[in-house]
Design a protein around this ligand. Sequence first.
Ligand SMILES: NC(=O)c1ccc[n+]([C@@H]2O[C@H](COP(=O)([O-])OP(=O)(O)OC[C@H]3O[C@@H](n4cnc5c(N)ncnc54)[C@H](O)[C@@H]3O)[C@@H](O)[C@H]2O)c1
Length: 354
Amino acid sequence: MILVTGGAGFIGANFVLDWLAGSDEPVVNLDKLTYAGNMETLAPLKGDPRHIFVRGDIGDSTLVADLLAKHRPRAVVHFAAESHVDRSISDPEAFIQTNIVGTFRLLEAARRYWSELPAGEKSAFRFLQVSTDEVYGSLQPADPAFSETNRYEPNSPYSASKAASDHLTRAYHHTYGLPVLTTNCSNNYGPYHFPEKLIPLMIVNALAGKPLPVYGDGQQVRDWLYVKDHCSGIRRVLEAGKPGETYNIGGNNEKPNIDIVHAVCALLDELRPRAGGSYREQVAFIKDRPGHDRRYAIDASKMMRELGWKPADTFETGIRKTVQWYLDNPEWVTHVQSGAYRDWVEAQYATAAA
Ligand SMILES: NC(=O)c1ccc[n+]([C@@H]2O[C@H](COP(=O)([O-])OP(=O)(O)OC[C@H]3O[C@@H](n4cnc5c(N)ncnc54)[C@H](O)[C@@H]3O)[C@@H](O)[C@H]2O)c1
């Protein structure tokens, strides 16, 4: 049994689906179902006894302690977070509450649970903190990619809150001996991505005939990893990572945002041609995000060297699968956009609580 937090979000849900596709080890999935959590993504697991979904907050110490005592997981894989940089700029409070205070409470509950475990289970227990490359700040064009020893220089409220949670995780290992693992991953893309983030936003807007908004000059460089490869990296770290260590996960796919947008347009031109010309004609440059980091790049050589992990997909194969997934799943997108699934969740839980 493992406890996953944030398993109704983009990466967490992909992780849970992949986990149960490859193993019969059950998952307790604790998720608050914020706007970013989506039960529809988990629909394939409906009625599956291996998946126990609990709607709740990682900051609810009593709930987390009860879940740990009841299900006795061998590991906690911690995805739950506020994750959108733009939202962190307009309203940082939730980022502090969930990413910092929530992670602290989760760590504290995990420490109490772990400290009471019998010796064998205690040494086998793991707390895996899922983090981001954004904690390292921004690179100049000629700088080497981020390694695990780069200093932390977070620039947005989002990355600062993730940095704080990484530090707390590290401190729980150093001070209390909690067997923690931290992964810092580059930008993910793939199925079930909420259409406020770059790639799904471009696909969805392109198909709707809307402008494709690109910040500034579009030359912000990101390192892109297909979400399934992030999930396989996390599974590998959980399996073989050394407690107290940090592992960078990346796809070695550095690309400026505008190239990503053009790649999406080219695939749509091929797979769902538009009358009257290329989707590229919908690109609209808009005012840049304040404090926008210029370049992130991940050096994932430690993962490859020490754990033998490497991504299965290149950007070209991953982006093709992603565009095809959005073309094949218009209902998922429509429901996310209409908020229908959120209405459903509210009604569902109102009934359950009554
Ligand atoms: N998306 C990326 O490109 C990327 C890259 C590297 C690392 N990460 C990290 O991976 C993790 C998952 O990212 P994502 O893109 O899937 O995020 P997401 O926003 O899609 O999902 C976050 C999930 O956490 C849940 N949640 C939020 N607050 C909660 C709380 N207080 N208690 C319980 N659940 C709560 C939400 O309901 C949602 O289901 C985050 O920690 C993020 O920092 C993301």
